[in-house]
Design a protein around this ligand. Sequence first.
Ligand code: CUA
Length: 320
Amino acid sequence: MSDSGNNHDTIERFERWWIVFSGALIAVFVVLLFYAVYTHSDHMGHAEARAPVDEIMAGEIFASPGLTELGDNRFRLAMVAQAFSFQPGDVTLPAGAEIELHLTSRDVIHGLQVPGTGINVELIPGEHVSLRYTFDEPGDYTVVCNQYCGVAHHNMLGKIRVVDDFSATAELTTDEEPPADTQTSWMERGQQVYDQNCAACHQGSGEGIPGAFPPLRRHLPALAGAEGGRDYLVDMVLYGISGPIEVEGQAYNGAMPGSAQLSDEDLAALLNYTLHAWENEEQLPEGFESYSADEIDSRRGQQLSPADVFERRQALPLDQ
Ligand code: CUA
């Protein structure tokens, strides 16, 4: 009898001890949580606004994403996520400066994480989030999407270069036209635009992914050569396209977002690059002239939907 009484006391003592211990553990976690929020809350995303996507995108900050100097060693970096790229996809920032990040998504839920930093935000269409961060260490940082957003999610990457000598590398905007006589600089710029905005789906080789993303190799010169194809290509990059198409015997039924947010110069460079890369140049129609920024500009303002562009494609005399 006395044995079982002792056991009972011992068990009770242990139980009491475990209750105190569990309670203390929870208290420690709560304290840590408050500590983290208090000291690191700047690195967490704050919802600045929630509104229809079009409204958010048309606002002052996201209408032309990129880096803006606010003065006093402070910068604002506006970035837009879309399937399957970040816009801008390659940014140079000064080390030690306070960066105000403003982020949103244009289409579906994406993530924006910069490994090695505390930056890790979920980007929801229709929500504008902001956070502050200071990159103290110069170097190249990779921006990754960590929310599954579609077939090319794993290719959705961006780059942030942090440099000590910022003013020397500063090229904040890309609205300047390269000198007209330097075909190579157009090609370089076009390739840059392509790598950042298109390569995730259409691949660096221009071969696409059979069944998912149509190839641009061979296919683009065929479009450019068709009657009405020249204008169609501009409309396609500006407004996107969605609908069932067939390229080289392979069926595709996807949706490509438009890239009207890119400058006329960038889009002209992009088209010229893709029409010349991957031996496409050899298949261009005789005397085909490069696109100019003015030509891109002349096709803006049509308010086409991706489905409208699909209709235009259907009207092209393509033999396939
Ligand atoms: Cu965007 Cu995954």
